[in-house]
Write a protein of this length. Sequence first.
Length: 254
Amino acid sequence: MAVSGLPGSILGSHVPSEATPGTSWLARALAATGLGTFFILSPLLLILATGWDWMVGSLFALVGVTLVYTLLVVGQHTRHLDLPIAVALQRLQFPGLRRLVLVANWAGMAPEVMSAVAILSIGLALFGQPSDAWLVSMSIMLRPVARLLKDVCQLSRPTATQLVVRRIPKTASFPSAHVLAMTLVSGSLAFVLARAVEQPVVSLVCWVGAGLVLLVVGVSRVHVGAHWPSDVLGGYLWGACLLLLLVQIHARML
């Protein structure tokens, strides 16, 4: 579907209020903060019992940034930036873009991809790498966290009056579950591969590859009108928090 036909006046408008009737943004923001504390800060306190290092400090800082960002999004303080960025991304055109977007949207939550990752984790366990197997398997098992966050934040997706929307999923918008899931899976696979090879060049390739996959998935979610850019950034942040938490626990399993 062509994007060039988007009305220019839409750039000057603001996204309508997305609060669920009867539920204040403050109540939803506090609930999201509580959920984040439960899933991230509680296990992190257990990690602190084994010592403090710069990685733990970085994780604490990232969790803080993520919670503040979530409060801003739920409070509608970022939506004035969403529309112009989303329109610009939807106007992107280059050969092969449509196929790339379709593949990225499929891979983000495809059962086949997740099944392949599950088989890989079983293989790692069978070949004497139980900690790596645990990390990879947990990257799949934590996917439902995105749904819990969506249910708590209760933000609506773009509509056909705001963007070119190919299909509107039934779940809420923030954060992007595709992006959160791929952040966990791509990050855990890159970590395991880089650790197994132990060569700087190969490690760099693994992490750059994972970053490119995440970039394509994130842009594709906005390009098809399934998410706002703030949803995608939220998926990156929440996924990174969970990934770093898993890495910290993994390091203490060795």
